[in-house]
Write a protein that binds this ligand. Sequence first.
Ligand SMILES: Cc1cc2nc3c(=O)[nH]c(=O)nc-3n(C[C@H](O)[C@H](O)[C@H](O)COP(=O)(O)O)c2cc1C
Length: 201
Amino acid sequence: MTKINVILGSSRNVSLGKNLLNYLKAHQGEYEQATGAQFNFLEVGSYDLPFFYEDFAPLNNPDRHLKPNEQKWLDDMNAADGYVFLTPEYNHSFPAVLKNAVDYIAGEVNGKPAVIVSYSSNGRGGQFGGLELGPVLTRLGVFILPPQVLIGSVQDNFAADGAVLPDAPSGAYYGKKLLQTAKRIVFYTNLFKDHPFDANK
Ligand SMILES: Cc1cc2nc3c(=O)[nH]c(=O)nc-3n(C[C@H](O)[C@H](O)[C@H](O)COP(=O)(O)O)c2cc1C
């Protein structure tokens, strides 16, 4: 079965991204029924990764000695066929905690597609955070699917438990957009899975 990881890139206790993540979790059944895929939900903060400290870059290091929590992050990423990254914008980029987690990755995400969903507390939807994340993931062999999905004013649309607020200005609009995003990542993930690149052909 096709597996999609939805990864929250903020580790703040009061992360607004958790509202969005909880919304997606609440709709997991709907997404799985619509796509036939399995959705898993990850938070980079939950792995307690130290600042990257290895002697060699993971892509050039076949002999890594990782602690269980570090290996779990890699195993979880390796187990997925495609990804949805949820990222806010911190000072026109994506959070350092997400960059640190990405720096641990070697081949686990290579050749797999991802959609970037950026979000913010204002109307701009965290666009620069998402735009900066794309090239970093591309370096690791991820195929970033256009377009980036922008979710603005999260706190006006989604409650902490993921419920759509009664007076949400864009609740229905974002609901449709996120369902379409789930369908889009699964569609392209299946294409990639069914047609793996074979360098010897
Ligand atoms: C350190 C920091 C820097 C931020 N920089 C930006 C920014 O450059 N542009 C922007 O639109 N919002 C910025 N924000 C506001 C975020 O959109 C808002 O705080 C959002 O809730 C962050 O996501 P999180 O709560 O999941 O961490 C920043 C927030 C923080 C904490």
